[in-house]
Design a protein around this ligand. Structure first.
Ligand code: SF4
Length: 472
């Protein structure tokens, strides 16, 4: 591998712009870590970069168009740099890269390198090849474990990332929902071995990270090889990670209702470190639409899982994903979705209008729903979700809950932390609280966050040391 320094010995600058899910944020951090060991330093300014990577996401509406319009801006930036005698290498990574492949270079010749999610560990070599002037496209699905090659975050890099960190435990999906590109862009389900995850979490906890968020496209389908030679479930992994000194909070996302097994539900009852919050996408409340989406569960199955979760952890904050206007969705199907929302009472949800993803079965259906009907349903759904989210937040008013302080707020003397339920909480507190968990009394509700006061005066304050409590 080449050492990426210019002729003056100065390190080259890297800018990674990340779109979409937490998997992408995590992957972008690993890319930056890996290139740091090759002499690259990160910059937040794209115009300073020698290597510019767009780590793309294919899930949201018009994702591909957004990437091409960003590449238009980058073309101008690259031309300006060329006039100053500087070559900027432009790379497109992530799910759009995987789905579009060579088409990206054909439509946007400013791009030098296109690589899919399974090629990240080869990044230094790919950059070296593309720096030689040839266009490089690498979107293979190799069998090797890319995580073996992705450099773990250095202690210094970890420290600068604060109180929480993502850890990818699983990647890919075998479910093949008919609207989704993930099984095509990220490949089959693959789980990382338990020993590697323990080592990664121990290193993060040692560097001061208090909250670990386990991520995967289908995280609760986790089935990694355990140190005992057996296959471990997500529940077993969570129990083991909760024992690591310094780990105060655990969360996991994104889950599929079919993989919420008894042990995982029991972990919500038995593990203090497992936060009372779960994102469990349902997509629709209509059994007819759920079948057309190939979700492999009914609305009643989903509600049964919710009932069991609430029996295990009554205060659990539930969030979900919804798609409105899936092909063939009628007003009656949509009424089933609203009924499900009313029955569950979500603490929040992401909702989107269906938009066809080329190559997925639903994209070819002739019974696409008209745009104005989709927009109308989305507005009604969001109104119902906002109503329930406000009601959930209201239950916290006047209560004292544990907050993990993550960063400075906009106002002087203000810190922003997270409640056990994942809401941002704004509190006046000294910076010595950063990275710590402390009880906070909730005094007011904002649109997207809660406001609170430290439950004890700072000089008397007993910061919660190494164990979590939901402060109920
Ligand atoms: S479960 Fe369905 S929506 Fe989720 S990643 Fe797999 S195919 Fe996509």
């Amino acid at each position: 591998m080449t050492n990426q320094r210019d002729g003056t010995g100065m390190s080259r600058k890297l800018h990674v712009k990340s779109y979409g899910c937490q998997m992408n944020v995590y992957d972008s951090q690993r890319m930056a870590d890996m290139l740091a060991s090759e002499g690259f330093s990160e910059t937040v300014e794209p115009q300073e970069a020698d290597v510019l990577i767009l780590n793309t996401c294919h899930i949201r509406e018009k994702a591909v168009e957004k990437v091409y319009s960003e590449l238009g801006r980058i073309r101008r930036l690259k031309s300006r740099a060329a006039r100053e005698g500087r070559h900027v290498l432009v790379a497109v990574a992530g799910c759009v890269a995987q789905a579009e492949g060579e088409e990206i270079i054909r439509r946007a010749p400013t791009v030098d390198l296109v690589f899919g999610p399974q090629s990240y560990h080869r990044l230094p070599e790919l950059i070296a090849r593309a720096s030689g002037g040839s266009k490089v496209v690498d979107t293979e699905f190799p069998v090797e474990d890319k995580f073996d090659h992705l450099a773990p975050a250095s202690r210094e890099a970890t420290k600068s990332r604060g109180a929480n960190a993502f850890v990818t435990v699983q990647e890919g999906c075998d479910k093949f929902c008919t609207f989704c590109v993930v099984p095509y862009t990220r490949g089959a389900e693959m789980s990382r071995p338990v020993a590697k995850l323990i080592a990664e979490v121990e290193r993060l906890a040692d560097a001061g990270v208090r909250e670990i968020r386990l991520i995967g496209q289908n995280v609760n389908a986790y089935h990694g090889e355990g140190p005992d030679g057996r296959t471990w479930s997500l529940a077993r992994l969570l129990h083991r990670l909760a024992d690591i000194p310094g780990v105060a909070r655990l969360r996991y996302t994104t889950s599929h209702p079919r993989d919420m097994d008894d042990d995982l539900i029991a972990a919500h009852r038995d593990l203090a470190a497992l936060m009372p919050q779960l994102h469990l996408p349902v997509q629709s409340g209509s059994d007819r639409i759920l079948a057309a989406m190939n979700r492999r569960h009914t609305s009643a199955d989903y509600r049964a899982v919710i009932d069991r979760l609430r029996a295990a952890r009554p205060d659990i904050a539930l969030t979900s994903d919804f798609i409105v206007g899936f092909p063939g969705e009628t007003e009656s199907d949509f009424a089933d979705t609203l009924a499900l929302v009313d029955a569950v009472g979500y603490a929040g949800a992401f909702s989107f209008k269906y938009s066809p993803r080329p190559g997925t079965p639903a994209a070819d259906r002739a019974d696409q729903v008209a745009e104005d009907a989709k927009a109308d349903r989305l507005a009604r759904l969001q109104q119902a979700i906002d109503r329930d989210a406000a009601a959930f937040n209201k239950t916290l008013l006047g209560r004292t809950i544990d907050v993990l302080f993550e960063k400075a707020g906009r106002r002087s003397g203000q810190l922003i932390g997270r409640s056990p339920y994942l809401q941002p909480v704004q509190v006046m507190a000294p910076t010595s609280f950063l990275g710590e968990i402390a009880p906070v009394r909730i005094t007011a509700l904002g649109t997207n966050s809660l406001f609170g006061m430290l439950a004890k005066a700072p000089h008397l304050h007993g910061i919660v040391p190494l164990t979590a409590s939901a402060g109920l």
